[in-house]
Design a binder for this molecule. Structure first.
Ligand code: ADP
Ligand code: MG
Length: 495
């Protein structure tokens, strides 16, 4: 990584990426794309705290808070980030990743709210409004100055009932969604309709389907992600227009809220509760999606949770193989509309559907890989090329056997010591701590016994290992920073 001393926003070249009007929006879109492509989990682990400092002469300079994140992103995702960036800003030729607060590029002397508040999505919204990752090419909708912005998040034209494939695991959710969308006459049916499922199982798709169908039927619909909902309120509160905002929200026929597990902040939660109550009491339909059942929305007030649970709660289950084949086939077919020469044999499709078990997002990712491969090489997709193209999507899903040696190597590099330091007799703090963490990880990530672990750590006694395990366990409980760090190490090893 090269980071020079020129850290100001304006570098004298007339390019002021960090503060220009176009770049922040592009950056927001890059992040949304990454999130959509990599999935919530991966995104939250590695990219949530990635920030764009500026763009100077074709180099996008990014920063993260730790060296650990920097090296992980550099070794695993640099190409991906670059490609995604290029898709938004063609001139970008290089990516540099720096560590914030260590002489790396810093945009302003005073801590920016975006940085100070990176832990709280709501606070982050003040600085960088981030609408949902649904329509990647769409510019972030600007909030209206009077705070009454109610444009909602745009609906994605592809996500309709027509393109939704129904199978055993989602039949009930789909049926309920259709009924709600097509319901005519007074009152609401199941209110609220609450859909929950893990990532990539079709919640957002169904919500958009409801939105399209209800709009076609002439109903006033607003679709909002949790982020957008919070952003609207933050703005309305800032401009003292909360009342008008609420009035307008309550004047619609159908409110669709996506990813409500992200709703945070006391006043916003309260407003969220009021809004839901007011709409339901007025007989307006509310549809909500989340990654967990209502009872598990710990951040929300008990009364709000029970109100959310008071309508119809439906879980979407994992995609079975048959459903995966159908989704994949449908997806391939729709890609063929714009790429007529793109051929994937049923055998290859069946292989992909068997290999990728996780979710719809990965299936879509797989189709994109196959397409990229086919268009770039100009060759037909064979079993072999398919296997290569989707390898990492598949690999992520297999539970991995973790070796003690790998744990030692990773922990050593993380703490800037050598593996032989860890195995040695040295007892300086700089070595003891990583050693203990490595022992702890060996205990929790492998099936090795304590004596076996002791042997692998330079022939130590099993009581030493036990002591280390207990100590780290205790420290993790007391020290959130250490807890995060150990959690990251775990994920790296499991990845
Ligand atoms: P979630 O919101 O539950 O995380 P999404 O609705 O974003 O999941 O789905 C992820 C991807 O998988 C989308 O591209 C979506 O169109 C696709 N998908 C999921 N389930 C289905 C389905 N039953 N039929 C067609 N596509 C689906
Ligand atoms: Mg979703």
């Amino acid at each position: 990584m090269q980071v020079d001393g020129n850290v100001a926003g304006d570098d004298g070249n007339g390019r002021n990426g960090g503060n220009g009007s176009e770049t922040p929006a592009a950056w927001a879109r890059v992040k949304r794309r990454l999130r959509a492509e990599l999935g919530e989990d991966v995104f939250a682990s590695w990219f949530a705290r990635l920030e764009l400092e500026d763009v100077v002469e074709g180099t996008a300079r990014l920063t993260v808070p730790t060296r650990f994140l920097k090296s992980w992103i550099e070794s695993h995702y640099l190409d991906r980030v670059l490609t995604t960036f290029k898709a938004e800003i063609a001139e970008i030729a290089r990516i540099e990743v720096g560590v914030r607060g260590t002489g790396a590029p810093a945009k302003a002397a005073a801590p920016s709210p975006a940085k100070a508040a990176s832990a709280s999505p709501l606070a982050r919204l003040h600085a960088t409004p981030q609408p949902a990752p649904l329509t990647p090419m769409q510019p972030a909708p600007e909030a209206r100055a009077d705070g009454s912005d109610l444009s909602g998040t745009p609906l994605d034209a592809r996500l309709t009932f027509a393109s939704f494939v129904v199978g055993r695991s989602n039949a009930l959710a789909h049926a309920a969604a259709e009924r709600v969308a097509r319901h005519e006459g007074e009152g609401a049916l199941y209110n609220p309709l609450y859909l929950h499922a893990g990532v990539g199982l079709g919640k957002t798709h169904l919500l958009h389907g409801i939105g399209h169908a209800a709009r076609e039927a002439g109903r006033r619909v607003i679709y909002l992600t949790a982020d957008r909902f919070m952003y609207g309120f933050v703005n309305a509160l800032k401009t003292q227009n909360a009342l008008a905002y609420k009035e307008r929200l309550r004047g619609i026929d159908l409110l669709i809220l996506d990813d409500v597990q992200f709703i945070q902040g006391k006043s916003i939660q309260a407003e969220f509760g009021h809004t839901i109550n007011a709409l339901i009491d007025a007989g307006r339909q509310v549809v909500v999606a989340s990654d967990r059942p209502p009872a598990d929305l710990e951040a929300l007030d008990e009364r709000v949770r029970s109100r959310l649970a008071g309508g119809l709660v439906v879980e979407i289950g994992n995609l079975d193989e048959q459903l995966r084949v159908s989704i994949l086939t449908a997806r391939l077919q729709s890609v063929r509309a714009s790429h007529p020469t793109f051929e994937v044999s049923p055998t290859v499709a069946a292989y992909v559907a068997r290999a990728i078990t996780a979710n719809g997002r990965d299936l879509e990712g797989a189709v994109n890989r196959l397409l990229a491969h086919a268009t770039l090489t100009g060759t037909a997709v064979t079993m072999e090329t398919a296997e290569t193209a989707i390898r990492d999507l598949v690999k992520n899903r297999e539970p991995k056997r973790i070796k003690i040696e790998d744990i030692q190597k990773l922990v050593a590099s993380r703490y800037n010591v050598s593996r032989s330091d860890i195995l040695s007799e040295r007892r300086t703090a700089a070595v003891v701590k990583p050693r203990q963490i490595a022992m702890y990880l060996s205990k929790v990530l492998t099936l090795r016994s304590l004596p076996e672990i002791g042997r692998r750590f330079g022939g130590r006694d099993h009581t030493t290992v036990l002591h280390a395990v207990r100590k780290i366990e205790k420290q993790i409980g007391e020290d959130a920073v250490l807890g995060d760090e150990v959690e990251l190490l775990k994920r790296m090893l499991q990845d």
